[in-house]
Design a protein around this ligand. Structure first.
Ligand code: GRF
Length: 210
């Protein structure tokens, strides 16, 4: 059984999708903990109600990013995870932290990377007049919103879209590709080719939605 630790900062809908898929599809894995940097993260309640250990490492209690990341790593390592899954975890991580979990930490970012790293991705895609938008699951490296791409989903930008309507369309795609990506990790289905990852049997790593 692979041990998964999920990190959240807010409502945790991606975390929820992963927990549900793991159980419904009988992955050889268990979500052993959900950790938040915010005590009021909505997702903590879902985790507790589903019998998953929860922990809070409040970033406001630490003087530096290094101190916060050191404590976060200590708490994570207490659960001995095989994979760390950032699911709406809104903190910039130090290079020491990302190196510690190299090739065993995933993130989801609501844009088609390498476009629109950072915040406000949907607003920026609309401002640019993008005709498609989407979401990327990638391994985490020291550089923000970079690292080997596991899956991407593409959705159309529709006439009349605003940031909330586009975000909702992208979020539905997130809930499809993030569980799939985590499952591939759990099943050791990804192979590294230099700094890129491919599915060992050539399964499609993209989802194109209309
Ligand atoms: C998602 O859009 C994710 O891509 C972004 O933050 C949002 C988190 O949503 N990084 P949730 O907490 O998983 O519901």
């Amino acid at each position: 059984m692979k041990r998964l630790v999920l990190l959240i900062s807010g409502r945790g809908s991606n975390m929820e999708a992963i927990v549900k898929a793991c159980r419904a599809e009988g992955w050889p894995a268990q979500v052993v903990a959900v950790i938040s940097n915010r005590p009021d993260a909505g997702g903590l309640q879902f985790a507790a109600q589903h019998g998953i250990a929860t922990a809070v490492v409040d970033h406001k209690a630490f003087a530096s990013r290094e101190d916060f990341d050191a404590e976060l790593a200590r708490v994570i390592d207490g659960f001995a995870p095989d994979l760390v899954v950032l699911a709406g975890f809104m903190r910039i991580l130090t290079p020491g932290f990302t190196a510690r979990y190299a090739r065993r930490m995933l993130n989801i970012h609501p844009s088609l990377l390498p476009a629109f790293t950072g915040l406000h991705t949907h607003e920026r895609a609309l401002e640019m007049g993008c005709k498609v938008a989407g979401v990327t699951v990638h391994f985490v490296t020291a550089e923000l919103d970079h690292g080997a791409i596991v899956m991407q989903a593409v959705v159309p930008v529709l006439a009349g879209d605003d940031a909330p309507s586009l975000a909702a369309r992208v979020l539905a795609a997130e809930h499809r590709i993030y569980p799939q990506s985590v499952r591939w990790c759990v099943e050791d289905a990804l192979v590294w080719d230099g700094e890129r990852v491919c599915h060992r049997d050539g399964a499609p790593q993209q989802l194109l939605l209309n």
